[in-house]
Design a protein around this ligand. Sequence first.
Ligand SMILES: [Cu+2]
Length: 635
Amino acid sequence: MKLTRRDLLRAGMIAGAGAAIGLPELLASDGASAQQLDPTTIPQFVTQLFVPPAMPTAAVTRGYDRYSIGARPFRQQVLPHGFPATPVFGFGSTTDPRTFRAPGYTIEATVDRQTRVTWANQLVDASGDYVRSLLPIDPTLHWANPPGGTKDRDSVPVFKRTPSAYTGPVPLVVHLHGGHTYEDADGYPEAWYLPLARNIPKGYATVGSSYYRFREEAYERAGVRWATGMAQYAFENDQRATSLWYHDHSLGIARTTVRSGLLGMYTLRGGPGDLPGGVLPGPPPRRGDRPGTRHYEIPLVIQDPAFTTDGRQYLPPVNTFSSGPYIPETDIPPIWNGVYYGNTLTVNGNTWPNLNVEPRRYRFRVLNGCASRPLTLKVVSHPLASVPAEAALPIWVIGSDGGFLPVPVELSGKTGLPMLTAERYDIIVDFTGLKPGTHLYLTNEGSAATVGTTGSVMRFTVVPLRSRDTSVPPRHLDLPKPPALRAATKTRRVSFSEQGSSFQFNVITQYLCGTVNSDGIPTALGWGDPVTENPANGATEVWEIWNFSPEGAAMISHVFHIHLVQFEVLNRESIGGGAVTGPHRWETGRKDSCAAPTGVITRVKAHFDHRGRFVWHCHFFDHEDNNMMRPYVVT
Ligand SMILES: [Cu+2]
């Protein structure tokens, strides 16, 4: 798709004419009104891909790298120039205000060298008053609930009449996804903290119910001190080289904070699980890069926001699956939606960017950072080709969540790379031999994709070669093998299910985790129920994830995620029995997140080696926010 300046102007005009053509009017939290932005009016491939630089350190000592990272509100040109800037929440180094970006810069870490991060909740305005959530928070869920005070925080509040969206200060607690962490550094959902704002309402809890316990523990274990409005985590980085990511994990609101931009990549390099420099395409962005440094390893963080015509991000302010009545008259949440797919795609914080590529190999570290949207990625010659399209170039998968695969996997022909929320893939695309001026497209053929909008991810434009490619062709790579896991001493059955309304047919009120007994009968359990998963420290266990959500138009896989460990996907089997299928070729490394399809038992194996309290959950943010998350304790 070639866009001219005239197209740009036309897009702007159509966006501005929304009111005249009668789109539904949406009331913003500040009382202003705006219409939803039609994604087909947004010109594509006009913004150059933003390559997130490496996050600057605050200090480098003999023992560790120290970071001081804040979460702040600001505006960012997410849509192409000519459109309004978008209010976002994003991370950045407090040592340099120019580093704030949504998604955030990449934290570069080294295997077996400690990283210490101070995560400061700075969601305040210039005068020091707290800022409201950018997206509607439903206060009827089991959530952080600061207005509940120290008595009723982290609970399901009771209402006498249907409440409107929460407009108070926004909690923050950051989880390093995929990290082999101690519990005090894991970003437990009830270890949140409010910003240090001037105007916190009287009676509000300023921290979650676990904050002080983990603050104490962090001091005793690592000697780090947490000041008000922040937490400091020490990461040991004693795991295989891979791509992790950091994001807010506050109880019941992460679908809003992560959509707002509170996420970023964390790349761990070195150790026996990595390859020597020069084998793979590089360099990646590094701390202290000179301006103009060319990168051949690039992170791609994909999200699916929707917008209003005034440039704000859009998330429905009401439950679109039911017109009410809502809680407390029924059991239906007034604002939460069981799933919401935005109608655009962004990469590294811009809609449908372009990347100029030389005719050589590139390494991309891809994250599905969408709240719930499944992606299936492919490199094609035409972005509007009917699906499944024939790939123009193969995607070589060399790694996933927990480091390198045993062998490189070539995906070509009509096979795309499926990625659910939170999954990462380390891929190589080889543009060698392509003529300058050639356009190729990264497309999405995931189940909810619309050709031309959410079916398009980004464009590659081939430019002349500037330096010779000395990396090893992917088919010849000899990858470091994942260390073998011991035989499991226990098999544990857990469940995913959903709760239908007692008042309205076909309306889901919450999603749940739970257990499964020896007869295959599930017991649904929510966040507040007593711990049922308690592996012994040092144990290797098989977990069977039984997904009881019914088949149907609205139904999709859930995505199983567990903190602390990197597991091996063993196999999948229908709950009713039948063939047992092994992991997909691209799932043969270590994973921390994987598809747990409807009607299927997904088996994974993991080694638990840190005592403490962690969580496992479905990683669709729309689900985990409404009870599809459970604490577990390594004893
Ligand atoms: Cu789910």
